[in-house]
Write a protein that binds this ligand. Structure first.
Ligand code: SF4
Length: 177
C-alpha cells in the first residue's frame, strides 16, 4: 500500500500549532509508516510539491507570500485543513487589523512607536509585502476541515489525521474541541 503524502505549512502564526504536532512524540513514528511528509517547515524542502493528499495550514494570510503559497497548496492538495485558530479566524495574527492598512501598521511599528527618525524597511522581492488586512485561510482558498484551538491539542491533531488517513468522518468534537 502506498503511503499518503502529507504537507504542513507555517503562514502567519507563532509555530505553536506545529509544536503541538511535534507533541505527538512516538505516534509520529507510526504516522511515518503510513504517510510521507513531503513539505513542511520541519522538512528540508523548498517548493510545494504536486499530488499531496493532506495539507495542514497553520496561521493566517498576512502577506503576499502567504497568499501565493496557500493558492499553490490548494491546487496541489486533495484535502486542506485549517490548522489552529490563526488559520481558522485570524486570531493573534489579525490583531493588527484595527491599525488599518499595511502602511499605517508599518508607520506605527517602525516610526511612531520606535524611532521617529527611522525608516520603513523595504526590499522588493526579498521582504514579503504585507496585505492591508490579515484574513483566515478560508477567505482566500476553499478549506475542507477546520481544527480549532490555540493550539489544537496533540490528541485532537492525531484524531483528525487518523480519521483522514483511514477515510472516516472527522468528529465535530475533534474539529472544534
Ligand atoms: Fe500560535 Fe495559537 Fe496561532 Fe497556533 S493558533 S499559530 S498556537 S497563536
Amino acid at each position: 500500500m502506498s503511503r499518503l503524502r502529507i504537507a504542513t505549512i507555517w503562514l502567519g502564526g507563532c509555530s505553536g500549532c506545529h509544536m503541538s504536532l511535534l507533541d505527538l512524540d512516538e505516534w509520529l513514528i507510526e504516522l511515518a509508516a503510513r504517510a510521507e511528509l513531503v513539505y513542511s517547515p520541519i522538512a528540508d524542502t523548498k517548493h510545494f510539491p504536486p499530488d499531496v493528499d493532506i495539507t495542514l495550514i497553520e496561521g493566517a494570510i498576512a502577506n503576499d507570500e502567504h497568499l501565493e503559497l496557500a493558492r499553490t497548496a490548494r491546487r496541489h492538495s486533495k484535502i486542506i485543513v485549517s490548522f489552529g485558530d490563526c488559520a481558522v479566524t485570524g486570531n493573534v495574527t489579525a490583531l493588527r487589523n484595527p491599525l488599518g492598512p499595511s502602511q499605517n501598521v508599518l508607520q506605527q511599528v517602525y516610526i511612531e512607536h520606535s524611532d521617529p527618525g527611522g525608516v520603513i524597511p523595504y526590499e522588493p522581492g526579498i521582504v514579503p509585502v504585507l496585505l492591508d488586512k490579515v484574513v483566515p485561510v478560508h477567505q482566500v482558498i476553499p478549506v475542507d476541515y477546520y481544527l480549532s484551538g490555540c493550539p489544537p491539542s496533540a490528541p485532537r491533531i492525531r484524531a483528525l489525521l487518523e480519521s483522514l488517513i483511514e477515510g472516516r468522518e472527522v468528529a465535530v468534537d475533534v474539529r472544534f474541541g
